[in-house]
Design a protein around this ligand. Structure first.
Ligand code: 5MM
Length: 345
């Protein structure tokens, strides 16, 4: 078997493992500015040591591997160690978790298009991917951000972000890393759910056109999209079942069957709502879908734990319980048993 065939088989195996056994991903790849923002809101010091302690709390959560297949790390985190000097990567491997790494360099203002963003990070990406692969990462993540507003997004914004996602994904596969392709249509705004549906479909169609153009192997990637939701300030909010129906209908139109898994971002939804919506999709549609419907949540898994921890050593165990609980809720949601299976816990 040639080198490229071996890499292809490894990519397919990793992509399938990331969505196997009803598990999902835990995104703990907040960049330092984002992590500091979350800490500041709770009065936690915004230091490298506080970020390290918090990430140690996460990766040492007992039983995390029962619900989580892989963790998405950030450049600072992948190099860190526990207080007793054990590399996080070893803790992660011992817990049976697959390590991944966020490789985009953030969403920056798009030239000449107020309110729109383009994700940067392609320069030097080949070399960075090689380093991460050597460290043990098996997948990567890149997030594109699309805002809905008056006159936006422009076609240019969607095209530029879709093309960057595809170029990133091709480089990942060349390096033997499974690309998590994350085009996020934001929840902010007062738009109706129909607008989010139409735009999410347009964005996904464009992303898959670009992925095809860059010869990305769909069997060796994971899509990380938003759910189809009304804007946060839309007067007409949708029921859990309406969100499930709209999201699955949209994905069926735009996501090829060759993709092994779709792992949603939570985007600012509460943990309960994100689990309930994921549950409804799996209850109503899982038997008819070509791909697994999984999760890749950050806030919807981490937020209760962060609020309990607040930077205090004495709160670590309780915070880990909260983190493990929300992770389990989402595994149960993949099985279509949420919240019934969680009662009494
Ligand atoms: C949308 O954000 C991703 C998923 O998190 P949520 O489930 O909370 O929506 C998340 O992985 C995000 O990409 C990282 O936190 C990195 O964010 P920044 O803004 O720091 O690049």
């Amino acid at each position: 078997m040639g080198r490229f065939q071996v890499i292809a088989l490894e990519l397919i195996g990793t992509a399938q493992a990331l969505v196997a056994d009803d598990k999902g991903l835990l995104a703990m790849d907040e960049s330092n500015p984002t992590c500091n923002k979350r800490f500041a809101a709770l009065g936690i010091p915004q230091t490298e040591e506080a970020r390290r302690s918090y990430r140690e709390l996460i990766v040492t959560t007992p039983g995390l591997g029962e619900s989580i297949s892989g963790v998405i790390l950030y450049d600072e985190t992948i190099r860190q160690k526990t207080k007793d000097g054990t590399p996080f990567l070893k803790i992660i491997a011992d817990a049976g978790l697959i390590p991944g790494i966020k490789v985009d360099e953030g969403a920056k203002d798009l030239a000449g298009q107020p309110g729109e963003k383009i994700t940067e990070g392609l320069d030097g990406l080949r070399e960075r991917l090689e380093e991460y692969a050597q460290m043990g990462a098996r997948f990567a993540k890149w997030r594109a951000v699309i805002a809905i507003g008056h006159g936006i997004p422009s076609r240019g914004c969607v095209e530029a972000n879709a093309q960057a996602l595809a170029r990133y994904a091709a480089l990942c596969q060349e390096a033997g890393l499974v690309p998590i392709v994350e085009p996020e249509v934001l929840m902010d705004g007062n738009h109706a759910i129909e607008r989010c549906f139409a735009l999410t479909e347009e964005v996904l169609r464009m992303v898959f056109e670009e992925l095809y153009g860059q010869q990305v192997m769909l069997e060796g990637m994971i899509l990380k999209p938003n759910m189809v939701l009304p804007g946060l300030t839309c007067p007409e909010q949708a029921t859990v079942d309406e969100v499930a129906d709209a999201t699955v209908k949209c994905l069926l139109r735009a996501v090829p069957a060759a993709v092994p898994g779709i792992a949603f971002l939570s985007g600012g939804q509460s943990g309960e709502l994100a689990s309930a919506r994921l549950n409804a999709m799996n209850v109503r549609f899982s038997k008819q879908l070509p791909w697994a419907l999984a999760f890749s949540f950050a806030r919807a898994i981490q937020q209760p734990a962060l609020e309990i921890w607040r930077g205090r050593e004495a709160n670590v165990l309780l915070a880990q319980n909260a983190l493990g609980y929300r992770a389990k809720c989402n595994r149960v949601a993949r099985q279509g048993n949420y919240p019934a299976a969680m009662e009494g816990e």
